[in-house]
Design a protein. Sequence first.
Length: 254
Amino acid sequence: MSILRTDSITMKFGGLTAVSELSLNIPTNGIVGLIGPNGAGKTTIFNMITGVYTPTTGNIIFDKIDITGMKSHLITKNGIARTFQNIRLFKDLTVLDNVMIANHLRLKSNIISSVLRTPDYRKKEGHILKKSILLLEQTGLIEYKDDKASSLPYGKQRKLEIARALATEPKLLLLDEPAAGMNPQESIELMEFVKEIRDAFDLSVLMIEHHMQVIMGVCEKIYVLDYGVNIAEGNPEEIQNNPKVIEAYLGVDE
């Protein structure tokens, strides 16, 4: 059973085709990788799934709902969260504040109650505080809750960005190069962390990553793009031994 599928989506920018007739199938509770050389169209795919771009043709079905062209905030409310290649934390706010802000997506209140800070609003804010602290405990960041986000080690900032995405209660988490800039030990810890949050939060993961050790070590299925076209798909062993993949990454002698 799939949580998300794309039906032959194509994205054109003028005369340039960034992604061509791509069909993905992300299984429920699966961890799927999306790899390819720079410029292969990977981030464009994330942008289509999250509503930044509307596909030129094709459809995106998430949890049995057609989300093609849906506004980004509505897609998030439906259960898709993402991180970015460049970390986008509120760096001058605390670790706890970063997670609480994301938790407000699920806070049902109006402007008047928030301005007047009614008893009902304060009760809901108290619930968000408890939920945010629990999330930091689950992701191993509780000891940093009062620290500024900018003061965290790089690997912990990456983890905080994922924790903030988890605060929106996603069913599908999109990770855009989560291992970028990490040292080997941090990369190993990331692989375990991704598996842990998949199981703990009962979600599916689609990740873009150039770090092959991470992709091969954590993903159950991998799609390979080259110039916007899906050239291979399969498990890690199949991908490692696929001639088209080797050619796309290493080239061939004439």
